[in-house]
Design a protein. Structure first.
Length: 404
């Protein structure tokens, strides 16, 4: 198992070499090796709301889209197989913003510097170079969308009215793609190379308040293709998701959740262009399976969602990249369930960022984002915030990311 990149995934997923963790590796007497790696990031984030109820400004010292990470790996070889285990702790640095929180304590979803055990998995590297991953890890559907988002190294969108919230920022989650989530899974991946196929079964998710019985696992898949020609390189990916849930333990009705995603990344000398898109039904928006998946009158009809982002990065010097991106996420009514197919929410964001590799391990990031809504929005996270139609928010951030 390779040293982890910023996302601390068990598989090498194409994150730039300058972003790789340095890590510490120790060789054991029994032939196994142990490694420790991770990152700490700290950002000053300023938000300024612009709503019909007035404007509010907040400053926060917080973690960005990527949480701080401490990861522990052990690997060895037995019976011709490469075996490995991985533990990934992902806390944030800030306290929660609600309820007069203090020290490490927060209130509900606003909790701040709590232990976030995102990753616990084992890997089996087979003799043909393929791999089985079993445990809790980032899902396949939509993972390339977030892996190739420049705001992964910064703050991106914060969420309207969430200037003092706990947890990580949104980046472009809910403003260009749906968050893939860290889920329990058993995933098979072919040998890494120019092309790779990954297919897995996942812990299924309930649709809160309606379809809460899941008798079979969710299925997710991903295909990636990489091509290099001189100083130019290209990457193409597609992903898919399917699951079904019922509203009764026996009999009853069911609803199927479907998702598809596609993207391309082209590196042309010093210029890199990334375009991605997704479509879904009965997935919800922003965070999958967190609400707003089905119609109100006829809950057997899944609400449709779509979105995407376009991003341009230019290397202005050997250590500095300038990036600009735009993206949106929409959620629609269902004709049968709600009487029309009107857009419920349409959240968008523009981001401009400077990403400077100060040293081999230290990155300096400055970003500016304007986020807003043009729909009858339920907010980027329905259970946390409400973004009224026409609402806008400006987010400015600057900070450090140190990888070890």
């Amino acid at each position: 198992m390779k040293r982890l990149t910023l996302l601390l995934l068990g598989l090498a997923l194409g994150v730039t070499a300058t972003a790789r963790a340095q890590g510490l590796t120790m060789q054991m007497s029994n032939g196994w090796s142990f490694s420790f790696a991770g990152n700490v990031n700290v950002f000053w984030s300023f938000t300024k709301e612009n709503t019909t109820a007035g404007s509010a400004a907040n400053s926060s010292i917080r973690t960005g889209l990527l949480p701080t990470f401490a990861t522990f790996d052990a690997k060895g070889k037995e019976a011709g197989m490469n075996l490995g285990i991985h533990f990934g702790f992902a806390p944030q640095i800030q306290n929660g913003g609600a309820g007069g929180t203090h020290d490490n304590f927060g209130v509900g979803t606003q909790a701040g510097a709590q232990i976030d055990m995102r990753q616990v998995y084992l890997t089996l590297g087979l003799k043909d170079g393929s791999q089985i991953l079993a445990g809790r890890e980032l899902g396949l559907f939509g993972r390339q969308n977030i892996l190739n988002d420049m705001t992964l190294f910064g703050v991106g969108a914060v969420g309207n009215g969430l200037g003092q919230a706990g947890g990580t920022t949104l980046g472009r989650i809910g403003y260009g793609y749906i968050y893939p989530n860290f889920n329990a899974q058993v995933t098979y991946s072919t040998k890494p190379g120019r092309s790779q196929v990954s297919l897995g079964i996942f812990q299924p998710s309930i649709l809160p308040g309606s379809f809460e019985f899941t008798s079979i696992p969710r299925v997710e898949g991903e295909f990636t293709y990489n091509q290099r020609s001189g100083r130019n390189n290209y990457m193409f990916w597609v992903g898919a998701l399917w699951q079904t849930a019922k509203d009764a333990p026996t009999g009853g009705t069911s609803v199927s959740s479907l998702g598809g995603t596609v993207g391309i990344k082209a590196g042309l000398s010093d210029l890199t262009v990334t375009v991605s898109a997704y479509m879904g039904k009965a997935l919800g928006t922003t965070l999958m399976f967190s609400g707003d998946e089905v119609g109100t009158t006829d809950p057997t009809k899944g609400k449709k969602s779509d979105g995407g982002y376009a991003q341009v990065m230019y290397k202005v010097s050997p250590k500095t990249n300038l990036g600009v991106s735009w993206g949106f996420s929409r959620l629609k009514n269902t004709t049968a369930g709600d009487g029309n197919e009107n857009v419920i929410s349409n959240n968008y964001a523009y981001t401009l960022g400077i990403y400077h590799q100060w040293t081999k391990s230290l990155k300096l990031v400055v970003e500016g984002t304007q986020e807003g809504s043009t729909g009858n929005s339920a907010g980027p996270i329905p259970s946390i915030a409400t973004m009224a139609p026409g609402a806008k928010q400006t987010d400015v951030s600057a900070g450090f990311m140190l990888f070890f």
